[in-house]
Design a protein. Sequence first.
Length: 317
Amino acid sequence: MNLQRIFICLLAVCAIQGCAFISIPLSSRTQPLEEKVLEGEGRNKILLIDISGVISSEKKRSFADLDTGPDMVSRVKEELNQAAEDEKVKAVILKINSPGGTVTASDIIYKEILKFKKKTGAYVTASLMDIAASGGYYIACASDTIVAHPTTVTGSIGVIAMKFNVKGLMDKLGVQEDSIKSGDMKDILSPFRPMTADEHKVIQNIIDSLQMQFMEAVVHGRKELSLDKLKPLADGRVFTAQQALDAQLIDDIGYLDDAIEITKKVKDLKEARIITYRRPPAYKNNIYSQTSFSIFNFGDSEFVSYLPVRFMYLWNP
């Protein structure tokens, strides 16, 4: 029985016992995006898109199993599509605060940003916040300019497939896994036994291929870097903002306000409204406001769903 059913049962018990209670809807229809002006004035607009948390195409759920809205991939695409239909949107700023996420979700957002730029000619700036690592940095490479906060941790160019080996524990408990499979590698990366040398080679080849894709995305966005210059930096390590600047992984160090001013200068926008898209009843009143809204969201609980093996562009210290 999930938490939503338990909640419904509790309400039913209260009704039977004559308890007074307030009716709370357990689900609500997702509302369309609305434009919100955060600051500035003038005809032209700069859209602020928030990319915070683990990058995934899976929807976050609350502890009561309430729907918290679209997943990150679909939300970012929806915002880009809406901006593409508004000729007043001259630029986009990606406010990135993420340790990364799944390879596919990171790549989809990266490609959607490139498509948006090609379609609209809009300028895209990435403003890196606390963490913009792995998949977060991958997405930033789709922008025209990368500005890191002075205290940003970024980089972590690499791929990881996480696996637990619980065979020793299972042996102590007297539990034995006994799968029936069609081939020796059907249960590759099973947590119930060690990997074989052949299995390790198969997975390593996949990792190497995804790593090359990551590095090609970096080189495509960072014209100053070649693959040869990037390889020593692409061992999964993270960098401070100054280290990243010295390594040519970013263009500048500054605050979100600085990223806005840089964007205005490049697009010759003396005046511009900084806007964001929100979905009622989310409340935003400044450029640091979060995009997502959930009264029962306790953070990145979606990590629980990553227990099966996933290939991740993720900083996993």
